[in-house]
Design a binder for this molecule. Structure first.
Ligand code: ZN
Length: 160
């Protein structure tokens, strides 16, 4: 996290609040915003995006994580989720676990749209998903999957 942890958390939450305003949720009318922070203090927003084919909807939390990964970051130190009593679904908890460690904080921000008041609960990804399916413990992944990807890329480049 960046130099001033408190300010970093405020920036993370504010990013999630702004992302909630961009949610595309005409079917559920339940806007959710999320933001994830990398070790270097970069923040990536996400919002829920629904579709006429309901099963294709994507949660804000996963949208934010995929945003970070697509930008080259796969280690998350903090997450914020903003919505009316919003809490991550099971799928999002598993995806968060993939890119988190035991200290990764999650700030659940219950935002009252009428009053603007916020009730914040702080916990960790590991507490939200105890006994998660762990790709390292199961032997599915080496310690750092990014190194594996880099090696493959390097070999591919040598062949050309
Ligand atoms: Zn979800």
């Amino acid at each position: 996290m960046a130099k001033n942890p408190k300010r970093s958390v405020e920036r993370l939450i504010e990013t999630a609040v702004q992302a909630q305003k961009r949610a595309y949720c005409p079917y559920s009318r339940y806007p959710v915003g999320a933001a994830v922070m990398t070790a270097g203090g970069r923040v990536f927003p996400g919002c829920n995006v629904e579709n006429a084919s309901y099963g294709l909807a994507m949660c804000a939390e996963r949208a934010a994580i995929y945003h970070a990964v697509a930008s080259g970051f796969d280690s998350i130190v903090a997450v914020a989720v903003v919505g009316a009593a919003a809490k991550p679904c099971g799928a999002c908890r598993q995806v968060m676990h993939e890119f988190s460690d035991k200290d990764t904080a999650i700030h659940l921000v219950d935002l009252n749209p009428t009053t603007g008041r916020r009730k914040i609960v702080k916990t960790t990804v590991y507490k939200l998903l105890p006994l998660a399916f762990d790709p390292l413990a199961s032997g599915l992944l080496p310690k750092n999957p990014r190194n594996l990807l880099r090696r493959k890329t390097a070999k591919t480049k040598k062949r050309k």
